[in-house]
Design a protein around this ligand. Sequence first.
Ligand code: SF4
Length: 492
Amino acid sequence: MQYDIIIVTGEVFFDHPLSGAAIIKRLLEKYGYLVGIIETPSCEEDIKELGKPVLFFGVTSGCTDSMLRNFTPLKKLRVEDVNQKHFSSCPNRAVIVFSNWIRRHFKDSIMVLGGTEASLRRFVHYDYWDNKLRKPILFDTRADILAYGNAEKQVLEIAKRIKEKKSLVGIEGTAIIAKKIPKDAKLIPSFQEVNESKEKFCDMQNLLSSKVTLAQQIDNRYVIQFASPSYTPKDLDEYYSLDFSRDVPKELRGFQFSVVTHRGCIGNCSFCAVNLIQSDTIVSRSEESILKEIKKITNHSQFRGAIDDLGGPSANMYGMDCNLCNQECIDCNKLNKDRWLNLLRKARKLAKIYIKSGVRYDLLTEEQTKEILEHHTFDTLKIAPEHVSKNILKLMNKDKGNLQEFIKGKSKLSYYFIMCHPGSTTKEAKELADAVKKLRCKEGVQLFTPTPMTISTCMYYTGMNPKTKEEVYVPYTYKEKKEQKRMILGHY
Ligand code: SF4
């Protein structure tokens, strides 16, 4: 049997809507393609396991970035967790390693990159682990094309064009290497320019967007990113109603019966790149499609009586779809805050519904907060204030909420905080330490890791706020990070 498409993934494959590879596989099968999976190949030989595909190889590290999976924020190799088989044995820079294995054995096969690791390296980027700028990943992999973001539409179009022997140039939501730049492309600072000037690196950061076609010169060629296609509620309804078995590795049992309600996030937090992977606008599934999925889950043989999570990047942004203008939505009074509550009220008539995804507490109404705590909180309601210092919250672009006001009179809350974010001097670390002590929550405090393409990573690399070009203090040294960690967590 020869597969049309073979997907090589850096994690154990599980047939579930939370797995990007599973959605792509199921969707391609729905459109008549035969799809094979090579999961966690541990050596070059494994890449030959299913032979040569008729159309193309798809390469992904999986849901998470292999460098984040393999290293701690202080660049220590993570100890392999035998209980986390799902996450084990993935090489560093998995997408590059797998691609070079494929290129060695299948010289003329078409190779399509996808997933978070590749998407966030589609342009020149600061690599924290090498502490230097790296070229776009297409140059390291010799792949033909990169489909960034969730990429369902892109992958179907790529398969169709290869089948019809048509060019792969110009597909929305993809990136390629080219000798010329398209007329409508916006040129961003080149590899050479950003290497020579941190100001230019900031200019590049400010121009990054998935809504426009961008071009970046790398030596004598260009990486071209074609603007992302727009996804609609109808598209999401189609993808999430595919017939997943929901068989998951045991360490993911807590999310086995999770339902995705929307994509995108209007938060635009500086340390996050969801806006360059999904979108900075919300696309919500129809209520009907979500309720139908919940009904279906309640008939699943392993169903244990509760929907594990009903969410998205931020659960309470469901229904906030709006494209009336290009302003920042996060504090706009036109945001629809009723659709989410209406959905929850209908959903909890079908089953017990938990919300384990984080919520934006600064968007919650009192009515929503009351109902979530009363009906939908598994153990605690997870909120992510990230910091308490006004200066840091401003740099994080997360300074809209009033945490002290919100937590008044509430008990079942748990918090996510980030230590050592750019801007963090001992003063800010002390402020956070006091807050963490008062809130008695240590479980959600993590060290900032500069991941590719985020504004905070640009601050980390350049020591400047790209929006204002003002200098930003950055705790760089291992010793200083350890010291701030000790101040906040009371241990190294
Ligand atoms: S009207 Fe408000 S919610 Fe809608 S797009 Fe504009 S800023 Fe966003």
